[in-house]
Design a protein around this ligand. Structure first.
Ligand code: NAD
Length: 245
């Protein structure tokens, strides 16, 4: 098992990529704390626990600093440490720049960027105590390339990459690594409203001529969260079928 006895917090673990990460990490021996707004996180944890894994679900928003701080303290009190933080929760509010409202800008910045700041700030003191930690945050290949209609989203994903590099410098001496993952188009509910003809165009633009499934991305998280990646920090691992090259 690659994460035996590790304590891992996965934000946005109720569905999509976060759910695949939670299930894979539990299979690999981690105790998984799912933090999400969607109550279906409870079903995910029930199914992990029923199949012999260990998981807990907490309905907490990454934007709620007091609640995040309380939860992380509770996890540390219960298990004695926090080893892994997966900053996966994210949202989109797509609109071209000229039509984008301030509310749409603020909502995406709050969850995708400030949420990552809040959760990482809450986790780091516990990681420092144990001289071991893994912070892996959800960027996107949109953070590297930009994307039509995603000014707000692209800004947050580029920000996540830069924050990870910064934390590499701030926390490396404590045995904490910080990396980002940049998925390309991945089949989750986040993208399922895309019209069929546009979907075909996206697929054709990917060198591997297929889109990712959540598990394809989860394997990247597993590597960066494991002992195997102990000398890997400050990178952005792109998993997008060869689109960014
Ligand atoms: N699907 C893709 O094509 C794709 C591509 C690149 C990057 N990503 C990124 O990967 C991550 C996961 O994407 P996904 O496709 O699985 O999305 P998704 O919408 O299927 O799942 C996101 C999860 O985050 C949760 N969430 C949203 N706001 C939250 C908050 N304030 N607090 C706690 N939880 C919250 C949602 O409830 C949901 O369970 C996101 O950060 C996304 O930007 C996705």
């Amino acid at each position: 098992m690659r994460l035996k006895d590790k304590i891992a917090i996965v934000t946005g673990g109720s569905r999509g990529i976060g759910r695949a990460v939670a299930e894979l990490f539990a299979k690999e021996g981690a105790t998984v704390i799912i933090m999400d707004l969607l109550p279906q996180g409870q079903q995910v944890t029930d199914s992990i626990n029923d199949s012999g894994g260990k998981a807990e679900y907490h309905q907490v928003s990454v934007t709620d600093k007091p609640a995040v701080t309380r939860l992380f303290k509770m996890v540390n009190d219960e298990y004695g440490r926090i080893d892994i933080l997966i900053n996966n929760a994210g949202i989109t509010r797509d609109r071209t720049l000229e039509k984008m409202s301030e509310d749409e800008w603020d909502a995406v910045i709050d969850v995708n960027l400030k949420g990552v700041f809040i959760c990482t700030q809450a986790a780091v003191p516990y990681m420092k105590e144990n001289k071991w930690g893994r912070i892996v945050s959800a960027a996107s290949n949109v953070g590297l390339r930009g994307n039509f209609g995603q000014t707000n989203y692209a800004a947050t994903k580029a920000g996540v990459i830069a924050m990870s590099k910064t934390w590499t410098m701030e926390f490396g001496k404590y045995g904490i690594t910080a990396n980002a993952i940049a998925p390309g188009f991945t089949m989750t509910e986040m993208v399922d409203k895309i019209p069929a003809e546009h979907f075909t165009k996206i697929k054709d633009s990917i060198p591997l001529r297929t889109v990712a499934q959540p598990i394809d991305i989860a394997y990247g998280y597993l590597y960066l969260a494991s002992d195997e990646a102990r000398f890997v920090s400050g990178i952005c691992l792109t998993i997008d079928g060869g689109t960014s090259r």
